[in-house]
Structures are given as structure tokens and as C-alpha cells.
Design a protein around this ligand. Structure first.
Ligand code: F6R
Length: 602
């Protein structure tokens, strides 16, 4: 995900663009750049880093000109650095553009353009577009026609902002599968990935649809069909939301927005890894000694990974908290070891230290990471991305379920490579995995009842989360979500552990959340529920079997699915419950006390 903004009018373009970029920072923040034009000359400033730092370091606000475009990046092709930041330009330096999306056929186009003598400066897929338009311009006709011909050759998703020095009065914006909206002002016009970027100046907007492009001048806006070049009539809508609401797409907090983004994030994780997963599985198949290292929520994902690997691929990884691994396991790591590091940010100090140690001892390191180009990806021998997009809320939600998606894909493929599971079953499981986004969508519909449940629980002092087998990590993660944002004490544990101590803490009304999907240990969990109920506990069960109703005070019914897929879906109601408990207790779930999004110190 990236953010783009464009302006044409009588204001200093850079001021409008910098403000807009800050409002789009939730879409990506690893690098940013701006191009403005004055007197037939383009002014470009760009670099890796966050907008505020770059604005100061590069002097974004000193750029001349009354038209321009800006970009805040979340890297997909090419690591975040100064050269890969947008805008990207053609060889003549007359065309500059910014892009949100992925050009799938950029490699072939790049090869072709290189043969025709084009010089490329960056590793991005975006730069291809600028050179392709330059090439089409050589065949004559207007810039608009050349741009359209070039764009028709691209496969993939895009939202583009384009500026051309030879046409001083206009900007072009194109949309196909990435969001783009026009802001219609008086004697000025705007375009952006999202309304908040310009809502301060106008609330009159035109939503572009796929395969449409817009030509903006100071006083006019025209929308055309990308395939035919014909003009399209569009209506202007009036936005009634406040700026704050708009930034969070109408959700009161980023955490809730990110919880609701999970179906899309999981789909992106599935698509984004479909091609690469086989080669990674083949590499992993060579190792018998596997460690999984991570912290916090990512550690819980690692625990799910262990169950998946052992059930499907008959490999039993050792899952270690990275802060322990780095001091305890040095002597058992060698070149026959594979270390899988899981980290959303790719910057967690303990996880990086564990990875470096593993490399020093000759082990192979696979990273499962969300932030492209982060430190973890540079240390690792190979990386799988979770493709969840930026996560702003401190509590991990969509990055957890996408980590689980990637681990499930990996275990499945590993089982295929090793022949450790029935092929028919693996196919069924794969189909089931592809249906998980819809299952998550159906669970998200229970939000109102979860909020009501939270009402009745908001004054509780302690919570227990129990599960067995692959549901143990779900219990741990449910408890972690609750403590970190609601500040209620919570423990997650294997249901079998209850009678070895914790049962002593159960008394009238203490909530016990039981994760109880159909599967190997369903009956055992029901017994644990009954023994908790006998001590007066208030039972909230999460499962797919109606008989849970008999033993529960509240039954959260989940759709049916293979037990191995339940960690991705069953955690969702626990995230929502934690969220509402936090809000009802007056906490800001996006910024829990004492915690930071990425823990870069030991
Ligand atoms: C909890 C949470 C943390 C992180 C942990 C590791 O909601 O977000 O527990 O999971 O700090 O962070 P990453 O995954 O960035 O290494």
C-alpha cells in the first residue's frame, strides 16, 4: 500500500502535498517524495524515511510551483531507499510519476525498454511506466494518447499521478484496482488515494472506478475510459465525515479498522506468496533441526507454526522466545540448523540478535516479515512477506493472522514436498485456506454481540483463556490482546494445565474463555470447561459444536473448518472482545500505556 496526492491551483503545491502525505502516512511510511513544476522545470525531492524527517531534511516546503504530486511509500519492489522512493522519471526527465500498486509484467517491459536504450535508476516496477510513456511519445500524437497506449500494456494494479513538463496546465491520474479519488475545488483541484489527504480544502469528491483516468487542470476535471479514451460522465459527491473519521475509514480506532481489514490482508498474503512458497518449502525440507524465534504475538504465531509443521510435515520445530534463544542456544546451532524468524516490524531487537547469532553460527535463516526492506529481511537468507500493509495500532491483529496464513501455506507445501500427508487431504486443506477470508468476514459480523458481551465483563479483574493442541497459542494470544490494551490481568494456558495450579484461582464469575473447535481434543476441552464451571467460572466458549451451549454461559459460534485453520479465524472474536473491553474501560487501544509498536531495544 502507498499513498498518492496531487494538486493544481494557486496555492504553493508543496504545502498542500506535505499535509496530504502526512494524512496518508497510514498507507505507508518507509519513504516519500514530491515533484513540483515551475517554468517548465521539474523539482524533485525524495528519500527513505518518514515524512516529517524528510520534510525537514530535504526542504519539502521550499519547493516552487503551483502544481505537483507526492507519494508516501510502502515498498513492494525494491527496498526502501532514496533511489527507489517515488517520483520516478523517464530518461528525458520530462515525465515524473508516482504509483500505488504492483506492475506484474514489469520485468519483461524493463527488458524490452533496456534493449531500446532506456536507462533505469531504480529497482522499482514503477520506473518502467515512465520509460514506457517516453517510448510511446516517440511514435507521435498527444501526451495523453501516448500515456494511454503505454498504460494499456501494463498488467497489475495501479493508482498513478503523472506530470509532464511540456503540458504546464495539467496533471493526470489513473486508476486500476488501487484507490483514487478526485477533490473538486474552486479554481483548484486535487487527487489522492484517500479523501483525508485533501478534505481540509474541499469535501466535493469524484470517485474514480477501475480503468478510468482523470485530466485535472486548475479550473476543470475530466474523467475518461482508459481502454477507449472516451469521456465518462461522473457525479460529484459531498463528503459528510470529519477529517479524523475519514483517516480511519470511519472506524473510531486504527485497531478496529485493522481487525476489519483481515479478510483482505489474508487474501493478499495468499496471493503474494503463491509463487514463492514452493521454493522456500524445498529449502526447508533439507533441515531436520528447525528453530522458530520471535517475540510477543509473533511468538504465538511461531507456536501455531510448530503445530502445523508437526501435524502436516512431521517436523517438530523448537519455538523459542528470541530473547531466550540468543543467550541459551548458541552452542546447539550449526550449519545444519534452520532458523525461522517471525517479526512484523523486522526491527525487534531480540529477534534481530537471534537471527544474527544464527547466521554467525552458519545456520540458514528464513524471515517471515511484514515491513519490506526492514533489517530482518537484510539479515535473512530468504524472506516471506505477510503483505498485511501498514499496521498502525500497537496491538498486532492483521499481521498475526497473515503470519498464520503464511505459516499454514508453508507447512502445507512442506508436507507436499516431503510426502508426509495424504495429497487429497492437502488439497482440501488448501481449498479451506483459500476460503478463510470469507470465514473471517462472517465472524466479523458478530461485532455487536461481542460489544454487548464486553459491557457485562468490563469490571472483571482476571480472565483465563484455555485451549488444547493448536488452540493453545490462540488462548495465549487472546490473553495477550486483553492485557495489553484493556489492562485486565489475563492468563492463557493449555486447558490440561488448569488442574495443576491455576484452578485454585477460579471462583464465582471469573471469566474463562475456552477455545474449543471440533478436533482431536474437543471432548477434553469440554471436560475442562465443566471443571471450571463447577468452580463458578463464567464460561465463554468459542467453537463450532452446538453442544458447547449446554456447558457455557456464552457460546460464540464459529463456522466449520479444518482444525488446522482455526487459529486464523478463532483469534478474531478475541481481538474484538479485547478491543471493546479496552474502549469501555476508557483506554486508547491504538496506544496502550508503556508499549511501542516496535521494540528496538533489548
Ligand atoms: C502484541 C504485539 C507485540 C509484538 C512483538 C514483536 O500485540 O504487537 O507482542 O508482536 O513486540 O514484534 P514484531 O513482530 O515486530 O517483531
Amino acid at each position: 500500500m502507498c499513498g498518492i496526492i496531487g494538486y493544481i491551483g494557486d496555492r504553493q503545491a508543496c504545502e498542500v502535498i506535505v499535509k496530504g502525505l502526512k494524512r496518508l502516512e497510514y498507507r505507508g511510511y518507509d519513504s516519500a517524495g514530491i515533484v513540483t513544476e515551475e517554468g517548465g522545470r521539474l523539482y524533485i525531492k525524495k528519500g527513505a524515511g518518514r515524512i516529517d524527517e524528510l520534510a525537514e531534511k530535504l526542504g519539502f516546503l521550499e519547493m516552487p510551483g503551483k502544481r505537483g504530486i507526492g507519494h508516501t511509500r510502502w515498498a513492494t519492489h525494491g527496498i526502501p531507499n532514496d533511489i527507489n522512493a517515488h517520483p520516478q522519471t523517464d530518461c528525458t526527465g520530462k515525465i515524473a510519476l508516482v504509483h500505488n500498486g504492483i506492475i506484474e509484467n514489469y520485468r519483461e517491459l524493463r527488458e524490452e525498454l533496456l534493449k531500446r536504450g532506456h536507462r533505469f535508476d531504480s529497482d522499482t516496477d514503477t520506473e518502467v511506466i515512465a520509460h514506457l510513456i517516453e517510448e510511446e511519445l516517440k511514435s507521435g500524437g498527444s501526451f495523453e494518447e501516448a500515456m494511454r497506449r503505454a498504460l494499456l500494456r501494463l498488467k497489475g494494479s495501479l493508482a498513478l499521478g503523472i506530470i509532464y513538463t511540456e503540458e504546464p496546465d495539467r496533471l493526470y491520474f489513473v486508476r486500476n484496482e488501487s484507490p483514487l479519488v478526485l477533490g473538486i475545488g474552486e479554481g483548484e483541484n486535487f487527487a489522492a488515494s484517500d479523501v483525508p489527504a485533501f478534505l481540509e480544502y474541499t469535501n466535493r469528491v469524484v470517485f474514480l472506478d477501475d480503468r478510468e483516468y482523470a485530466v485535472l487542470t486548475k479550473d476543470s476535471w475530466t474523467v475518461k475510459n482508459l481502454d477507449t479514451g472516451e469521456r465518462i460522465e461522473k457525479s460529484v459527491h459531498k463528503i459528510e465525515w470529519s477529517l479524523e473519521m475519514a483517516e480511519k475509514a470511519g472506524y473510531p480506532h486504527f485497531m478496529l479498522k485493522e481487525i476489519h481489514e483481515q479478510p483482505k490482508a489474508i487474501r493478499d498474503a495468499l496471493h503474494g506468496n503463491a509463487e514463492i512458497i514452493h521454493s522456500v518449502a524445498e529449502e526447508i525440507a533439507k533441515y531436520d533441526r528447525i528453530f522458530i524465534v520471535a517475540m510477543g504475538t509473533s511468538y504465538h504465531a511461531g507456536l501455531v507454526g510448530k503445530y502445523l509443521f508437526q501435524r502436516l510435515a512431521r517436523k517438530v520445530p523448537i519455538v523459542e522466545d528470541a530473547s531466550e534463544f540468543r543467550y541459551e542456544l548458541e552452542d546447539v546451532i550449526d550449519e545444519n540448523t534452520l532458523v525461522i524468524a517471525i517479526t512484523q516490524s523486522g526491527e525487534t531487537a531480540d529477534t534481530l540478535a537471534a537471527m544474527k547469532l544464527a547466521k554467525r553460527k552458519g545456520a540458514k535463516v528464513l524471515a517471515i516479515v511484514n515491513v519490506v526492506g526492514s533489517m530482518a529481511t537484510r539479515i535473512a537468507d530468504f524472506t516471506l512477506y505477510t503483505h498485511a500493509g501498514p499496521e498502525i495500532g500497537v496491538a498486532a491483529t492483521k499481521t498475526y493472522t497473515t503470519q498464520l496464513t503464511v505459516l499454514t501455506m508453508l507447512a502445507l507445501e512442506l508436507a507436499r514436498v516431503l510426502g508426509t500427508a495424504d495429497q487429497g487431504y492437502l488439497e482440501e486443506l488448501e481449498m479451506g485456506l483459500k476460503a478463510v477470508p470469507e470465514l473471517v468476514e462472517s465472524v466479523l459480523k458478530h461485532e455487536t454481540s461481542l460489544r454487548e458481551l464486553a459491557e457485562g465483563l468490563k469490571n472483571k479483574r482476571d480472565f483465563f483463556y484455555i485451549g488444547r493442541g493448536i488452540s493453545v497459542p490462540t488462548a495465549l494470544e487472546g490473553a495477550l490482546k486483553l492485557k495489553e490494551i484493556s489492562y485486565i490481568h489475563a492468563e492463557g494456558l493449555s486447558a490440561g494445565e488448569l488442574k495443576h495450579g491455576p484452578l485454585a484461582l477460579l471462583e464465582d464469575g471469573v471469566p474463562v474463555v475456552a477455545i474449543a473447535p471440533s478436533g482431536r481434543t474437543f471432548d477434553k476441552v469440554v471436560s475442562n470447561i465443566e471443571e471450571s464451571k463447577a468452580r463458578g467460572a463464567y464460561i465463554i466458549s468459542v467453537g463450532d459444536r452446538a453442544e458447547l451451549m449446554r456447558v457455557s454461559d456464552v457460546f460464540l459460534e464459529m463456522p466449520r473448518m479444518d482444525e488446522l485453520l482455526t487459529p486464523i479465524v478463532y483469534v478474531v472474536p478475541l481481538q474484538i472482545l479485547a478491543y471493546h473491553l479496552a474502549v469501555l474501560r476508557g483506554n486508547d487501544p491504538d496506544k496502550p500505556r508503556n508499549l511501542a509498536k516496535s521494540v528496538t531495544v533489548e
